[in-house]
Design a protein around this ligand. Structure first.
Ligand SMILES: Nc1ncnc2c1ncn2[C@@H]1O[C@H](COP(=O)(O)OP(=O)(O)OP(=O)(O)O)[C@@H](O)[C@H]1O
Length: 251
């Protein structure tokens, strides 16, 4: 299978600090890829290079090449806004806008000039169903999203990302602020969503990576030490450092 995303000889700098070193990786379509590794090893930085969110941070620089469907995402012909529509993002803390549930979901569409009520109504219903939130909120769609629980807010943020019809969804520790039940619901949701989307998730929980991901990449000090099938990484890692990390010797 052709990789959806290819990363070749990639380095990333914050000023003089080389935060990512010589990254080469393939990311496959409709799989869940987990990034694991100790704090500060570059997982979030790497995630943000994939939809150019690092462009917003001053004095940063990327070397090497990242392609999405064989198109160089750092080429000057690429519109980063359109890239971020294709490669959506969900953050660690649920961050709904202080608006209604409905307006949260249609926010991006309205920004793109879609205002047809029938279309927006359909998108709201479809996306709420696809994140398994519809039954819980169908009577308060026009109430503030801030009234939802943390887990519901995070599912709403996933719905907001999906409403833009992305191909890839980047998730930076999406359950670290949630209780175990909400976490389980999000994990189940991700397993459903991977039928339609390519998902990349940063997680501090090795159990979570083992439960839901198809592929795992282990990061250490800005390098990818090992990347492969999750069951192989967790049962038979090649590198001693991966083994030490997954067995809890450090991190
Ligand atoms: N906005 C920034 N400006 C300057 N340096 C940064 C910035 N964000 C991250 N860094 C540096 O880049 C390196 C990697 O950080 P990053 O947040 O990507 O790691 P991480 O593996 O995601 O960590 P964590 O698991 O704690 O979120 C660290 O040395 C960090 O200090």
């Amino acid at each position: 299978m052709e990789p959806k995303i290819k990363i070749r000889d990639m380095n990333f700098y914050y000023g003089d600090n080389k935060a990512l070193k010589d990254i080469n990786m393939n990311i496959y379509e409709k799989k869940i890829t987990a990034f694991i590794g100790p704090s500060g090893c570059g997982k979030s930085t790497f995630l943000r290079t994939l939809n150019r969110m690092n462009d917003f941070i001053e004095d940063t620089r990327v070397e090497g090449k990242i392609t999405l469907d064989d198109i160089d995402i750092y080429s000057k012909d690429i519109d980063p806004v359109e890239l971020r529509r294709k490669v959506g993002m969900v953050f660690q803390r649920p961050n709904p806008f202080p608006k209604t549930i409905y307006e949260n979901i249609v926010y991006g569409l309205r920004k793109n000039g879609v205002n047809d009520k029938q279309i927006l109504d359909e998108v709201v219903e479809d996306t709420l169903k696809s994140v398994a939130l519809y039954d819980e909120v169908k009577d308060k769609i026009h109430k503030s999203a801030l009234e939802l629980s943390g887990g519901q807010q995070q599912r709403l943020c996933i719905a907001r990302a999906i409403a833009m019809q992305p191909e890839v969804i980047l998730m930076d520790e999406p359950t670290s602020a949630l209780d175990p039940i909400s976490t389980m619901k999000i994990e189940e949701l991700l397993l459903d969503l991977k039928e339609n989307y390519t998902i990349i998730i940063v997680t501090h929980s090795m159990q979570q990576a083992a439960r839901i991901s198809d592929e795992t990449a282990f990061f250490l000090n800005g390098e990818v030490i090992e990347h492969g099938e999750t069951k192989v990484i967790f049962s038979n890692p090649r590198d001693k450092r991966t083994e030490d990390y997954i067995t809890g010797r450090f991190g």
